[in-house]
Design a protein. Structure first.
Length: 297
């Protein structure tokens, strides 16, 4: 028995020492890299996941050619999100234009250990009845249908701007690893430039039908500007429990992530460190919206 515990102690000491020196070696390796080398490596690592690094803001965003585009969007994905550690407020805006039902949806909240937001643009092949919206699989818009999207993600509780992005896209996103936020404390100030004044007016009318006041939705030519704040309350005891547990685990995950990567402050350095030191955690971080595989936005 004594021999067993002695051997066990020696094994633990061996693995601790091995891990310690390996960690030091990886830290030194990353510190010796120049910025361009880091950016090139991180972009090559992120590309298969459908994401890119934005150095100026130290965030991750989705690529226009991301593989997630092939999976479209269904309301089921949002319902399944808390089961996968994704606690978000969503605002789906359905409207009819040019003989089809369109969907522009907004999301904000905690994606595992990432605070983030999304704007997705989708359409059906025809005009849908109201009772069809919850189970229809919407298609991601093609390149020629992509509108000009822009947003600022802001945390009112912490009085901080997290991200600000713009561009022609079907799914414009921003994710900040290691930052924990309550979804209702986040707000998205968005500006959507559509293909015509008629389409923009239909989108603005849909927002007003959802409860926005006319002075909260600014329509100028083919551009609509508004702010998505707060969020719908969670209904049902079972769903409240799942959401509460997911948020506690997300907060713990953020703390562990920051502790493990504590020699660094920038996300590019932290993520590279995890890639070399704990690759399975690296893969977990980048599966920000993996529940879309069951049908993606």
């Amino acid at each position: 028995m004594y021999l067993f515990f002695t051997l066990l102690l020696l094994i633990i000491i061996f693995f601790y020492c091995t891990s310690y020196y390996r960690r030091k070696k990886i830290i030194k390796k990353i510190c010796c890299m120049c910025r361009n080398e880091k950016y090139e490596i991180i972009d090559n690592l992120l590309e298969p996941f459908g994401y890119a690094y934005v150095p100026a803001q130290d965030i991750f965003t989705s690529r226009r050619n991301a593989w997630q585009k092939d999976f479209g969007y269904s309301a089921f994905y949002d319902k399944a999100a808390p089961h996968l550690g994704i606690v978000i407020n969503s605002l789906p805006v359905y409207f009819n234009y040019d003989g089809r039902t369109w969907l522009i949806e907004f999301w904000k909240g905690q994606y595992g250990i990432n605070t983030g937001c999304e704007i997705g643009v989708y359409r059906a092949d025809r005009i849908l009845d109201k009772n069809e919206l919850d189970y229809t699989l919407f298609k991601s818009v093609d390149a020629h249908d992509m509108p000009e999207l822009s947003f600022s993600l802001y945390n009112a509780k912490k009085d901080m701007e997290i991200a600000q992005l713009c561009g022609r896209h079907w799914w414009l996103t921003a994710f900040k690893p290691g930052l924990f936020s309550i979804p209702s404390n986040l707000s998205i100030c968005s500006c959507i430039t559509l293909y015509s004044h008629e389409m923009a007016a239909a989108f603005a009318d849909a927002l007003i039908k959802l409860g926005y006041c006319t002075n909260e939705v600014i329509l100028r030519r083919n551009t609509v500007t508004f702010t998505f704040e707060g969020g719908k309350p969670v209904y049902g005891i079972f769903r409240k429990i799942i959401t509460s547990v997911a948020m506690r685990l997300n907060r713990l995950g953020c703390q562990i992530y920051l502790f493990i990567t504590r020699p660094f402050t920038l996300s590019v350095d932290r993520v590279l460190f995890l890639y070399y030191y704990l690759p399975f955690i690296f893969r977990r971080i980048l599966n920000i919206r993996k529940h879309k595989l069951a049908g993606e936005k």
